[in-house]
Design a protein around this ligand. Structure first.
Ligand SMILES: C[S@@+](CC[C@H](N)C(=O)[O-])C[C@H]1O[C@@H](n2cnc3c(N)ncnc32)[C@H](O)[C@@H]1O
Length: 352
């Protein structure tokens, strides 16, 4: 069974497709292809764990009214989607998009178990750079709210075989969509030293990028770098333990590779204008980012689209900024969910 990119499934097709998705999420697809021998992670939707960040703030910002049409372009485990869709009853509808079939399976199970009205949600496997085409094809071409909760879920991060984390050994994969595209191992073993250094510097803001790239190239001459532990140890050798650093020395290199593998910044830059086009006047766009590179893109886009400094160009401004400063999690939320520490929520409203 192969789920092709762009495939989607709906509530009405649940039994057959749930079986398909379940088979898919349990299959060792990238690993078998690559001849790796990792123990399979058998976790399915029931074990998926991800606490939605800034949930109250998102609900307040997007204010879903009964009958609202909503898009969650990063539906993940469905935490935000469920709360938004509940608030939009009766009559509300939601389109949930995700690059990761495992996330969609979880969102599907969660929204189904919540007993929402049949047909009130549609889930779609795809990337949010294709937002307009997906939304139009699914009948969501004029909506009241779009949410982008960027990056990876806790579940993706904590599943060793997905290869996102240096704290557990796994294949150096890092693809949000494991059904295709180059892995982190492909980049690490194939890019030239200069390209690698630039990538680690630009996306990881890592000052030791040249040293790390040099060591990677030296090491891969002996054997390809294939695991998260291989790479983490190499970075540690290149930069040392860094006395006062709060974070693991490999954090920035891993972030850089993840951004590059998934083309995260390009995806965001492509999605933002499409989200604006899909909004009805008065509709709202909310974006939660987790690092400064993403937040800068959102901030600059909102400014340009709201006519800030006359930068909207020829056309009249399309957005009003609702959050002058990004909303951050309060200490209680950070204590309960450390991942919320770096979350920044920005919201804008579509003008007439
Ligand atoms: C932080 S999680 C979202 C969690 C979700 N809000 C919830 O409450 O469970 C981010 C999700 O976005 C997905 N994602 C990231 N970039 C994407 C892209 N370009 N296109 C589609 N999905 C993407 C990831 O696979 C992940 O499931």
């Amino acid at each position: 069974m192969v789920l092709v990119r762009g495939n989607s499934w709906e509530l009405t097709l649940a039994p057959r497709l749930r079986a398909e998705v379940s088979a898919h999420t349990r299959a060792p697809w990238p690993l078998a292809d690559r001849g790796a021998s990792w123990a399979l992670d058998q976790s399915g939707p029931a074990e998926f764990h991800h606490v939605p960040v800034l949930l109250e703030a998102v609900l307040e910002a997007l204010r879903p009214a009964p009958g609202a049409s909503l898009i969650d372009a990063t539906v993940g485990g469905g935490g935000h989607a469920l709360a938004l869709l509940r608030a939009a009853q009766p009559g509300g509808r939601l389109l949930g998009i995700d690059a990761d079939p495992a996330a969609l399976a979880t969102a599907h199970a969660r929204l189904t178990a919540a007993g929402l009205p049949p047909g009130s949600f549609v889930l779609h496997h795809g990337r949010f750079a294709d937002l307009r085409a997906i939304a139009t094809a699914r009948g969501f071409d004029a909506v009241d709210a779009v949410l982008l909760d960027l990056g990876v879920s806790s579940h993706q991060l904590d599943t060793p075989r997905r290869g996102f984390s240096f704290s557990a050994e796994g294949p150096l994969d890092m693809r949000l969509d494991p059904t295709g595209g180059p892995t982190a191992a492909d980049l690490v073993n194939q890019l030239g030293e200069r390209e690698l250094a630039d990538l680690i510097y630009r996306y990881g803001e890592e000052r030791a990028s040249r040293r790390i790239a040099r060591l990677i190239v030296e090491r891969r001459r002996q054997a390809p770098i294939t695991t998260t532990a291989d790479l983490a140890n190499l970075v540690l050798r290149a930069v040392g333990r860094g006395g006062r650093e709060r974070i693991h020395p490999a954090t920035r290199t891993f972030q850089a590779l993840r951004i590059a593998v998934n083309r995260e910044l390009e995806q965001l830059e492509a999605a933002l204008p499409q989200a604006v086009e899909l909004l009805r006047p008065g509709g709202r766009l909310a974006v939660i980012s987790f690092h400064s590179l993403e937040d800068r893109i959102v901030k600059q886009f909102f400014r340009a689209e709201s006519g800030y400094g006359g930068s909207a160009g020829e056309r009249p401004p399309r957005l009003t900024i609702i959050t002058r400063k990004p909303i951050e999690a309060d200490p209680a939320e950070v204590a309960a969910n450390p991942r919320a520490r770096s979350a920044r929520l920005r919201v804008a409203e579509r003008r007439a």
